[in-house]
Design a protein around this ligand. Structure first.
Ligand SMILES: CC(C)(COP(=O)(O)OP(=O)(O)OC[C@H]1O[C@@H](n2cnc3c(N)ncnc32)[C@H](O)[C@@H]1OP(=O)(O)O)[C@@H](O)C(=O)NCCC(=O)NCCS
Length: 199
């Protein structure tokens, strides 16, 4: 069943963005982190797991509604987020709604400025998600469905939806909706013998 719909994942207003704990419901912080660790094959030093753990913590702290009590956790979150960005090369703001069992493979050049990442989706190195043009409204960011596989170097921009069970090939630029169950690739490279005089 498809559960990812762009509109549904949007906050009600600009003010709502980042104001609430948007970790997947029905799962406590420790349970979520344990599940993320299992998704990353128990490798607690893997950059993807660390980025997700900080992301989960960043959301969880928003469940503490008293600003004064939350303040020290917010300071800690900001420091950890910067460390993840600098040391792991992964930019994953807590405002992105990340589903369960999401895996981030490898490290570096990863900017996940999306509205939502669905359950069981895999993301790889050097992917970029965000707005399509400078000055676009910050809601105009992609929604990625469940069980998607995003190849290395993919760029996904705009307020689009990548449907469930889709594969985005390496180095593809996606700027329009992708129907569920699609595979998106760039034109195949041409492989031919070198000319004799070029050797
Ligand atoms: C594009 C990709 C998804 C194809 O996967 P696949 O399982 O080999 O799929 P298929 O062999 O069924 O090919 C599907 C289509 O993609 C095309 N395709 C395959 N390799 C391609 C390539 N390198 N460039 C462009 N198109 C390619 C095929 O021609 C086919 O198109 P067609 O249906 O029109 O014939 C895969 O090559 C890819 O980019 N994966 C990213 C994985 C990644 O980032 N790994 C990094 C690990 S560190």
């Amino acid at each position: 069943m498809s559960t990812i719909v762009g509109e549904e994942s949007r906050p009600q207003s600009d003010i709502d963005l980042g104001r609430y704990d948007t970790n997947p419901p029905g799962c406590g912080l420790l349970e979520l982190i344990r599940e993320d660790l299992a998704t990353h094959e128990g490798d607690w030093l893997s950059e993807g797991f660390l980025a997700l753990a900080v992301h989960r913590f960043g959301n969880w702290r928003m469940s503490i509604r008293t600003k004064l009590l939350r303040a020290p956790l917010t300071v800690l979150y900001c420091v950890l987020e910067k460390m993840i960005q600098s040391l792991c090369g992964i930019d994953l703001p807590y405002t992105v709604r990340v589903g369960r069992r999401v895996r981030i493979w490898h490290r570096g050049g990863i900017t996940i400025s999306a509205m939502r990442i669905g359950d069981d989706t895999h993301l790889r190195q050097n992917i970029t998600m965000g707005v399509r043009r400078r000055g676009d409204h910050r809601w105009l960011k992609p929604t990625i469905g469940n069980r998607c596989d995003i190849g290395a170097g993919a760029v996904i921009v705009g307020g689009i939806t990548v449907g469930d069970d889709s594969v985005i090939g390496a180095n593809v630029v996606v700027a329009e909706d992708v129907p569920p169950g699609s595979i998106v690739t760039v034109p195949k490279p041409v492989i031919r013998p070198r000319q004799q005089d070029a050797r």
